[in-house]
Each structure stands twice: as structure tokens, then as C-alpha cells.
Design a protein around this ligand. Structure first.
Ligand SMILES: Cc1ncc(COP(=O)(O)O)c(C=O)c1O
Length: 369
């Protein structure tokens, strides 16, 4: 049996008629940039995230970059973030001229350890950039308390966590702004790159809107140096259809995760933790075991796609060597990076597929002892 990490074809097949109609609608209109579909999506995503504003952008990476800019982060500033994330999180900080300052993770949730943030705050610290990794919100209450105490902005990296909640509140609604990714394999994925900045702050929304279209509100009048970072009308049309199904898809992921949590309880693996009051939406289902590499090899050999997210923590990436971190500086992230393994959890998986994954994990541990 072959089981990929995501099966986008299966998802498309399930809503093909609606998607095709929406895409053809845009093609018939020949209106591709900043159209009605984008406006509709901005309203719907803002409502979904329970915030006032949404600004459609080219990607989640751009949502981080423009979000940081709109929050006033600039050359010489420091931004506190996690080293256990996709490169875009820290890349965005550097691309606005600031310095990422990495704080180690909580080994149970893989999110930034709020207890270690304050010791990294300096006179130059201007923001905290927590990542809601794998679909689980970072521990936002203490992060908000620290930000308020030290007058810091918060930009949430919600790329993996649309629809996740923390004490009943949606990801993206805690900080000054939230960055969403519509990368095709995300829980809400476009047919190409896409992203959005969500915020309750009118000034942040306005500035992001200005920046995303060459610093222009009126054609050929440019008030700021900006970007070309608009979400395509075509992508928005796809996303407007998919958004209707998102809650159902998230429920499917949660159901699959619950199946795995139960079935894996008798094996020597750490299954994902969902702290009380949080809703994990399982963009990724992560197992933890010191035997992750060998288990991955076994699963791959037997047709099950599995991967380490992320095999090299950001502070040890070559591109950040200028920051001066060395091995051992952020031990929890370093340990997690060699022990985590993602197994498929997408909502279209059949019972047979889930059982096959468990069967293969069982075979591995029988052999490995
Ligand atoms: C945690 C995280 N941040 C940022 C991004 C960047 O999003 P995008 O690929 O849409 O630029 C991603 C996804 O790829 C991500 O997983």
C-alpha cells in the first residue's frame, strides 16, 4: 500500500465540480488581480479567525515579512522566535533588517518555551514571533503577558494552524497580527502560493494593504516603497470554495490523530500532546522516538511517506552562522530535531490506511525491540 503525507488529488476529487466552476468563473471574467474573489476571501478568513481585517498576499512568507514591516520592525531591531520551525519564520525577520533571537522550545509541545523568553529580551527587542507549530497554538497567555510588560509587538506565525484554538480563541486573533499560509499542502491550501495577514489593528491592515501593492492606494501614486505581493483572484476563488469544508477537514484530521494516539499508546513513542483548553488541528501528526530515522526508513520501505519536521533547527542552519550559535545552545530543539517523525494524518485517509500504518509501526518495534 502507498500512503503519501498528503493526498491533494483526493481532496480535489471530492469537490471538483465546485472548484472547476469557481476557476472557470475567474477565467471567464479574465479578472486576475485584486478581484472580487480576493475581497470575499479576505472577509471570510477574517471572520473565520475572528479578527477585523484580512489582507490577501502572495504567500505565508510574505505575510510574515509585510506583517513585521507593518508592525514597525526594522534594521537593528531584535525579534524573539523559535528555532524549531520552517526557515520562513526567521528568514522574514532578517529580510526586514532585524535580528532573530532564538529561544528554545518546550519539548512536550515543540512550541517556544515562554519561561525562557524574558532572559533574551534586550533594549533592542521589539517583537515576539511565536509559531503555532504542527497545528498547536503556542502558550499565548504568558507570551501576551511578557509582551505587554516589555512593550513588544506579537506577530503569530499561523502558517500551520488555521482554525486551531487556545482557550476558545482562534489562532491569529491573539497578537497584533497573524500570518497565514495557503501553500497547497497546508490545511487550507491554494492551487499555488498564497497567504494572508489577519489583524484587529486597522493601521496594521492599512499599511499591509499599501505595502502589498507597490505602496500604492491610487494607481501610479506611490506613498511608500512596497512589494508586489497580491493574492491571485484565481487562488482566492479556489480558497473560497475550500474554506466551506475546512472545519470538516480539520475534524477529520483530529479524528485520525485520536485513532493514532490510542493505537500507539502501547509503543515506545511520544504521541502529540494537546494541553487542556487547546484545539490541535494536526497539520502534521508528529511521533517522537530516538529511533525516528530507522522507523522512517522502515515506513518508507513499506510505502508510507514519513519525514522529520525539522531535521536541522534554525540556529544551526548555515545561513544563520553569522548569528554565532553553536551546537548545544538550544538543546531541546536540537534533541527534537533528531527524534520527530511525521506520519500521514490527512482527512481523506481510509480506515485501512490507518490500520496499515499501525501494522507497520508494530512490525518495526517488534523487530527493534
Ligand atoms: C511555520 C511556517 N511558517 C511560514 C511558512 C511559509 O509559508 P509559505 O510557504 O506560504 O510562504 C510555512 C510554510 O511553508 C510554515 O510552515
Amino acid at each position: 500500500m502507498k500512503i503519501p503525507l498528503a493526498d491533494l488529488r483526493a481532496q480535489y476529487k471530492s469537490i471538483k465540480k465546485e472548484i472547476d466552476r469557481a476557476v472557470h468563473g475567474v477565467m471567464d471574467s479574465q479578472y486576475f488581480i485584486l478581484g472580487e474573489e480576493v475581497q470575499k476571501l479576505e472577509r471570510s478568513i477574517a471572520d473565520f479567525c475572528t479578527v477585523k481585517y484580512g489582507v490577501g498576499l502572495n504567500s505565508g512568507t510574505d505575510a510574515l515579512i509585510l506583517g513585521l514591516k507593518a508592525l514597525g520592525i526594522k534594521e537593528g531591531d531584535e525579534v524573539i522566535t523559535t528555532p524549531f520551525s520552517f526557515i520562513a519564520t526567521a528568514e522574514a525577520v532578517v529580510l526586514v533588517g532585524a535580528k532573530p533571537v532564538f529561544v528554545d522550545i518546550d519539548p512536550a509541545t515543540y512550541n517556544i518555551d515562554h519561561g525562557l523568553i524574558e532572559e533574551k529580551i534586550t533594549g533592542r527587542t521589539k517583537a515576539i514571533l511565536p509559531v503555532h507549530l504542527y497545528g498547536l497554538c503556542a502558550d499565548m497567555d504568558p507570551i501576551i503577558r511578557i509582551a505587554k510588560k516589555h512593550n513588544l509587538k506579537i506577530l503569530e506565525d499561523c502558517a500551520q494552524a488555521i482554525g486551531s484554538t487556545y482557550n476558545g480563541k482562534k489562532a491569529g486573533s491573539f497578537g497584533d497580527a497573524g500570518a497565514i499560509s495557503f501553500f497547497p499542502s497546508k490545511n487550507l491550501g491554494a492551487f499555488g502560493d498564497g497567504g494572508m495577514l489577519v489583524t484587529n489593528d486597522e493601521a496594521v491592515a492599512k499599511l499591509t494593504r499599501l505595502l502589498h501593492n507597490h505602496g500604492s492606494e491610487r494607481r501610479y501614486y506611490h506613498d511608500a516603497i512596497g512589494y508586489n505581493s497580491r493574492l491571485d483572484n484565481l487562488q482566492a476563488a479556489v480558497l473560497n470554495v475550500k474554506l466551506k469544508y475546512l472545519d470538516r477537514w480539520l475534524a477529520g484530521r483530529i479524528k485520525n490523530a485520536e485513532f493514532f494516539n490510542k493505537a500507539l499508546s502501547k509503543y515506545p513513542v511520544q504521541v502529540p500532546v494537546t494541553p487542556k483548553g487547546l484545539k490541535h488541528t494536526f497539520h502534521l501528526y508528529i511521533l517522537r522516538t530516538p529511533k525516528a530515522a530507522a522507523l522512517s526508513e522502515h515506513l518508507m520501505k513499506n510505502g508510507i511517506d514519513s519525514r522529520a519536521y525539522y531535521p536541522i533547527p534554525l540556529h544551526l542552519q548555515k545561513c544563520f552562522s553569522y548569528l554565532g550559535y553553536k551546537k548545544g545552545d538550544l538543546p531541546e530543539s536540537e534533541k527534537a530535531s533528531v527524534e520527530v517523525l511525521n506520519i500521514p494524518v490527512y482527512p481523506e485517509m481510509t480506515q485501512e490506511m490507518k490500520k496499515y500504518i499501525i501494522k507497520q509501526i508494530d512490525r518495526f518495534f517488534r523487530k527493534a525491540g
